[in-house]
Design a protein around this ligand. Structure first.
Ligand SMILES: Nc1ncnc2c1ncn2[C@@H]1O[C@H](COP(=O)(O)OP(=O)(O)O)[C@@H](O)[C@H]1O
Ligand SMILES: [Mg+2]
Length: 270
């Protein structure tokens, strides 16, 4: 009787394992199929973002050109309300251009199509010119924007001018954007075999719980004052990608909410 029972048990176990094997095979097949579909979907999404961004960038650049000409008085003098309104249009358009630029960069990074154009670049000039570009924004908010240039200019380094300039621009723009009063101070210096760039502001600061998410895609802080500030949470993510592609490091420091922030990156000097 025991032998009989054993034989039955053996058959049952064998049937079960055959069934199990079949199910695992089917599940694996389903997963492979789903994975292939996801990959296709992801490629389509990247493609869509890329095409949409290109199509958006062209008209936005045209708008920028005409608004600039109007503001410069190329079509005749402007009344104060006219120029003030046009300036608002210009600023909104700039935000849109930045957003499209970020989306384009992200789709390129994620599909491995981002190309770098390395050349010897003088960061002293780069930082000074970005500061000039943002001076009016800071002034409008009553902020002191200062640039502590290195006593001895930093050496030129090999980098993609446009991409690193974008990072410098975003960090300084954030400093101004997230500061209600006080100052935004920019510093450039050589530290041994690295060039370090930092922006220190007296603004809203960063909550400790937000620190770990700053450089992630679409991530914005959790403070209430943030709701009233325009932004997409893409700038720092793109910045991190760009700096890491240059074998550098980017980070943030803050004493906490309301205590101001400091954002720095460093790039190796070769
Ligand atoms: N200087 C700063 N002071 C305080 N918070 C900042 C500062 N810069 C960035 N942050 C926080 O990091 C988030 C991500 O920044 P970013 O990627 O540039 O996005 P965005 O500028 O579109 O909000 C911001 O939404 C904000 O919460
Ligand atoms: Mg930003």
């Amino acid at each position: 009787a025991i032998a009989m029972e054993n034989a039955l048990l053996y058959k049952e176990t064998k049937d079960f394992s055959i069934k199990l094997e079949k199910e695992v095979k089917k599940a694996t097949r389903d997963l492979r199929k789903a994975n292939a579909q996801l990959k296709k979907l992801d490629a389509a999404k990247s493609e869509f973002i890329s095409i949409a961004s290109h199509q958006l960038r062209t008209p936005l650049t045209v708008i920028k050109g005409y608004i600039s000409m109007m503001l410069e008085g190329n079509f005749g003098g402007l009344t104060k309300p006219e120029s003030e309104s046009l300036e608002k249009v210009f600023e909104s358009n700039e935000r849109l251009i930045q957003l499209v630029e970020n989306l384009l960069n992200i789709s390129r990074i994620e599909s491995g199509r981002l190309q770098f154009n390395y050349q010897q670049v003088d960061m002293n000039n780069m930082v000074a010119s970005v500061k000039e570009e943002l001076a009016a924004n800071a002034k409008k908010k009553g902020l002191i924007l200062q640039y502590k240039a290195p006593a001895k200019p930093v050496p030129t380094i090999k980098l993609d001018d446009e991409k690193i300039r974008q990072v410098v621009m975003n960090l300084m723009d954030n400093g101004i954007k997230y500061t209600k009063q006080g100052s935004v101070t920019v510093k450039l210096e050589q530290k041994e075999n690295k060039i370090q760039f930092c922006v220190t502001d007296s603004g809203m600061g960063i909550r400790p719980e937000d620190m770990g998410n700053l450089f992630k895609k679409f991530s914005r802080g959790s403070g209430t004052s943030l709701i009233h500030t325009e932004g997409t949470g893409l700038g720092l993510y793109v910045a991190r990608m760009m700096i890491e592609a240059h074998h550098g490091r980017i980070w943030a420091e803050s004493g906490g909410e309301g205590k101001g922030s400091k954002f720095c990156f460093e790039l190796p000097v070769k």
